[in-house]
Design a protein around this ligand. Structure first.
Ligand code: NOJ
Length: 557
């Protein structure tokens, strides 16, 4: 294989969150597939290689589409299969690739499979498609084990039989409307092969696999109490290299079971039967990275999101350590490193990097959160962090709106919040709505050009105008132009397929390396440092003869 011949090894993949990208259908304030089709040229102009779409499938939308009721159709909110075909044709015509989301850990409780399971007696083959169990204690009144839902509260819900008496319990690692499938079942496996084929036959270039660490559970479903600092995904997901070695943590019985890998080997073989280079990308919150790398062994998936990188604090030593660990772990199995700073589940990095109090993944921030960020500092750091990320070899993910420098929306009215986390924790955790607010396209249009009317499923803040794409386009120094420049230079100099060499002679706060003839210096500290001689190709902030704090430059020497 020629280096870089597999597109996904160095691709920059743009995440579209359909309900918040562009509303092209009926001005209902919810983004949709026709809206995406219309706005695709903006992504070509930005310079990305591929798009990944969060779920647009038939769904009651209890978890914004991650509760799928029909995997092979489009929810009327987002359009039709014809709209999908039109959108995909446009994506391909523009030279981009298309990745769709696959949600195999659970279905919606409205899915026909779950409804059939409910309609058939305990112990029936239909019940075996999900994780039904008897309760513990007299009368089975206690849940089968002590597992907690990622969104808060117990991971089990008890059914009521048709005669009104209490029945079995079913497992849901997420909301009670998202029952977990039983992946021991060959029937379930066959259904998902069909779903993969359905979308591959339609022409998609790959799948982002939701909760790819969760499908298999430990035999006997034993009790488990996660370590106190385990992060909100339920154990072992925060990156604190100096403090805590997660390699020592026990594996939770609901995550990262060895038996999950045979499923991905099977899918790998299925994808190989298709022409083109189709890919699987794991959403697996697994640490340490050497363990995550098992998801991208040569006969499994092509990519796994590097959440350890996303969670790394903005400091020289931790950034260098995570970059080294990532490249070592992924290249150890022949896979590319991936890099990501934001997505629809975490506080946007233009806010997160300036938080002054810990905030677990998924907890979100709201008006009463401690350590709220300074907006200007957050943006400065985000621009520096992105400029560092896009200079790294491997593949990078960009979440819609980060190219505009969008911050997390902190002051959403409580009445507008929709994330199940908010409800399942009795408003203790704000959840993820603040990073999902529809993005601004035009400063002066109603709903900032998101929709043709003024509706927007989450309210857009008044200050959204200053971030709108049209006021940044063509303006030197804007965040949009910074992303465009970084992506163009990355492409031109082959940074994605390059190799990183650390540079010595800088203080601890400076992340300094060379990749493909470009010198990259990221100053995570507050003190200015001298700049080496050379032509500045890119600067994330104002730079003269020295490199200020929270600033990154790319130089050609
Ligand atoms: C991960 C998805 O990214 C998140 O949005 C969703 O709530 C959970 N998986 C459950 O599907």
């Amino acid at each position: 294989m020629t280096k870089g011949s597999e597109w996904w090894r160095s691709a920059v993949i743009y995440q579209i969150y359909p309900r918040s990208f562009a509303d092209g259908m009926g001005a209902d304030g919810i983004g949709d597939l026709p809206g995406i089709t219309e706005r695709l040229p903006a992504l070509v102009e930005l310079g990305v290689d591929a798009v990944w779409l969060s779920p647009f499938f038939t769904s009651p939308q209890k978890d914004a589409g991650y509760d799928v009721a029909n995997y092979c159709d489009v929810d009327p909110l987002f359009g039709t299969l014809d709209d999908f075909d039109r959108m995909q044709a446009k994506v391909h015509e523009l030279g981009l690739r298309l990745i769709v989301d696959l949600v195999p850990n659970h279905t919606s409780d409205q899915h026909a499979w779950f409804q059939q399971a409910l309609a058939t007696p305990e112990g029936s083959p239909e019940r075996d498609h999900y994780m039904f169990r008897e309760g513990r204690g007299p009368g089975g009144t206690q849940p089968p084990n002590n597992w907690e839902s990622v969104f808060g509260g117990p991971a089990w819900t008890r059914l009521v039989r048709s005669d009104g008496t209490p029945g079995q319990w079913y497992l849901h690692l997420f909301d009670s409307s998202q029952p977990d499938l039983n992946w021991q079942s060959e029937w379930v496996r066959e259904q998902f092969r069909d779903i993969l084929r359905f979308w591959l036959d339609r022409g998609v270039d790959g799948f982002r696999v939701d909760v790819a660490h969760g499908l298999m559970k430990a035999p006997g479903l034993p009790d488990y109490t996660p370590p106190a600092d385990g992060g909100s995904m339920g154990g072992g997901v925060s990156y604190e290299p100096a403090i805590h070695d997660h390699a020592e943590d026990p594996t939770p019985p609901y995550w990262a079971q060895d038996t999950v890998h045979e499923i991905y080997r099977d899918w790998h073989r299925l994808l190989e039967q298709y022409p083109g280079e189709r890919v699987l990308c794991a959403e697996a919150w697994v640490e340490p990275l050497t363990k995550l790398a098992r998801w991208v062994r040569p006969d499994e998936m092509q990519q796994a999101f590097n959440f350890s990188y996303l969670e790394t604090p903005w400091s020289g030593p931790t950034m260098r350590a995570i970059i080294d660990d990532s490249i070592a772990a992924f290249s150890g199995v022949g896979a590319p490193s991936t890099w990501v700073l934001s997505n629809h589940d975490v506080v946007r990095h233009a806010s997160r990097l300036a938080l002054t109090a810990a905030n677990a993944q998924g907890a979100g921030i709201g008006p009463n959160s401690p350590g709220l960020p300074d907006r200007a500092l957050g943006l400065k750091r985000a621009r520096a962090a992105t400029s560092l990320m896009l200079a790294l070899p491997g593949s990078a993910y960009v979440y819609q709106g980060e190219e505009l420098g969008l911050p997390e929306v902190i002051d959403l009215p409580d009445s507008a919040r929709q994330d199940p986390t908010w409800f399942r924790t009795n408003h203790e955790r704000y959840g993820r709505d603040g990073c999902r607010v529809p993005i601004p396209w035009e400063a002066k249009a109603p709903s900032y050009g998101f929709s043709s009317g003024s509706a927007s499923w989450l309210p857009q803040p008044a200050y959204w105008a200053e971030y709108a794409r049209d006021v940044q386009r063509g303006v030197p120094g804007s965040t949009l132009e910074l992303y465009k420049l970084a992506l163009a230079l990355r492409q031109q100099h082959g940074l994605g397929v390059g190799e990183l060499q650390w540079l010595d002679g800088y203080n601890d706060s400076v992340v300094a390396f060379e990749n493909s003839g470009i010198t990259v210096l990221a100053n995570t500290g507050a003190t200015e440092v001298p700049l080496p001689k050379g032509t500045i190709l890119l600067a994330s902030g104002a730079v003269e003869t020295t490199l200020p704090g929270d600033t990154t430059v790319w130089l050609q020497r």
